[in-house]
Design a protein around this ligand. Sequence first.
Ligand code: HEC
Length: 182
Amino acid sequence: MKVSYTSLVTATILFICGCKAGAPNKAESAAVSEIKHEVTIGGKDVKNPIAFTPGALTEGQEHFGHHCQICHGLDGQNTGVPFAGKMDPPVANLSSKDVQDYTDGQLKWIIENGIAPSGMPGWKGILDDGEMWNIVHYLRHLPAKGSLGIPELYKEEAEEHEHMHDEAAHEHNNAKPHGHKH
Ligand code: HEC
């Protein structure tokens, strides 16, 4: 009895102190992450019913390229997504430890239900179970960051930049035979 009373008081004090603090500090962010991993996100013990095969991976990658790349980039690491860091909370890097620490069942749950109230939508009714499980395989085998280039959608803008680079490089090459006149 005594012990639980003490811990209740401690919890109350922690709670009051927590309310006084302004922006979440590192420990608080870690606590939120812990709560998400342990409580909020369901499906923890559900196993991926689809065996891993190259075909399943390819299918998962295709669905990802269709539904998720607009926010997460083709590689799941936000490559080329101009607003990824500006969303609140920012778009998660899917190769990060925090995301990879979820079980397969939790990743499927996240895809199915989304994360309210953030910008991460749920895909229940849009993707079927098999499609979601194949995406989970893809999330477990993400390619190296940047290796797939940037989503088509954002290419135009990036190409303008590249064009400028090309011209600069061209001028530079032309300048070379005449020695380094800088
Ligand atoms: C409209 C933009 C958007 C789209 C489309 C989107 N996501 Fe997300 N996603 C987000 C944001 C924002 C977060 C960060 C949410 C958070 O930290 O609470 C996120 C987080 C996640 C996470 C990690 C959750 C966590 O707790 O860290 C996973 C896994 C994920 N997305 C998978 C996907 C998959 C798979 C798809 C496609 C089926 C997808 N997302 C489509 C915006 C998006």
